[in-house]
Design a protein. Sequence first.
Length: 502
Amino acid sequence: MRDTVLSDILLREIDRESSVPLVRQVYEIIRQLILSGTLRAGTRLPASRGLARELGLSRNTVIFAFEHLQSEGYVVSATGSGTFVSDTVPDLPASVAPVTEALQPLDPPHLTLSRRGTEVVRNAQASSTQWGAFVAGVPDVSLFPHDIWVRLLKRRWKQPDPNLLTYAHGAGYYPLRRALSEHLRIARAVRSTPDQIIITNGIHQSISLLANLLADSGQVAWIENPAYWGARTVLKAAGLSTVAIDVDAEGMAPSECHLRTPPQLIFVTPSHQYPLGTVMSLARRRMLLEYARVQRNWIVEDDYDSEFRFDGRPLASLQGLDTHDRVIYLGTFSKTLFPGLRMGYMVLPKSLSAHFAIGLSDMYREGRLIDQAVLADFMEEGHYAAHIRRVRVHYARRQTLLRDAIHETFGTDWPISTREAGLHLVMHLPDGTDDVGIVLAARSLNISVRPLSRYYASGPGRSGLLFGYASVPDDQIRTQFKRLVQVIVPALEHVARSDSFR
Ligand SMILES: Cc1ncc(COP(=O)(O)O)c(C=O)c1O
């Protein structure tokens, strides 16, 4: 494609009246041209200075858009000779939503996906950056006691039991389930026997399993609005229809109208709403439990990060309040140990656990029993509880450092999510602030934050930024935040009233 053709397309597609920042529009248009094959591998992009002049844009706008394309692997830049479309363009559209109707991502031409598959790819949210300031939801993996782990691993591998090296059949390594049952009773007031526990590859797999075993295609799952994108993606990929129910200060708040049409599944994060951080009130918990008892639908409790409570008494799980076996409790080692371990668990009502063990074996052909055995040793010898106690102190301090940095820059009454728990916080932004634009600009500074508005299923979501603080060393929190301020402040200037928060 000739330079003039690219600039013609950009001139035609850029909407100068739009509230979408120009840098984002330029990035998105070029990305679409690459994904559709219009701009082929090896094509040289025009020089930023000339392109900016032709488009009547500032050079920085073009440079930022190019840098962003580069950070996602769409283009490469060779010093002195220019910027070129990569040989290997990522298969999936990046984690950024289409900006306007006209810019809907085109299907990659070499893939023929199902409708469900296309939807998964179109709405892809997983970030390509999983380490660094301020990646959300990631613990400080550098604090993991790898020396202990290696010792336990070596012990197991010295003379490995063949039973641990073949396919797993059933719910997972029994001593690990026994250790978990005990840990969850003490830490989360979860009531279980080891037989009710199933070891999975993490919450994503747990959701996939329960969606497939408990719901048929087209049945409805309520999810919170806003919600963790992964839950929405997995439920939809399993053929469920999701209905987003707004969250208020007490948690998921279904209207009378919602209550009249009961769903098959109710998916909630009661201990630490994701991403807003609120805690579901006791009254709302009781209401949902009673509703599930009467309607005989299932409540799925995603308790992804509750081991990290910094203030107040740890809140009991919803499962611990359930006297009618309607709650399925999901947990993960991704936050307490490290996400790459890919290990999680579900606590099931007694009536379901045997069926789920069969479903797990038959659908996923599980294995990794030797890793489960190492983890069981790690828990039984007390290393798990000790590790949680140790990192909790670091995370609490890091959260305080980040809150202080935000307050120091934007004032002490700037709204931030609650401080009690977790690995992330939300810095709210005034209504209408382009949080997606801030996130894109932040990427060119090598800072990862996530836009709160993207966690809403529909309608204008609240604007804000999600920060993961747990993995950022103490001495970097303030400096990295200060760097980020340079892209937050210009975005705030475009907002009519900087005090209008929702
Ligand atoms: C609310 C919530 N649930 C589940 C997960 C994913 O858990 P897992 O790594 O076990 O799949 C995350 C990850 O960030 C999360 O934020």
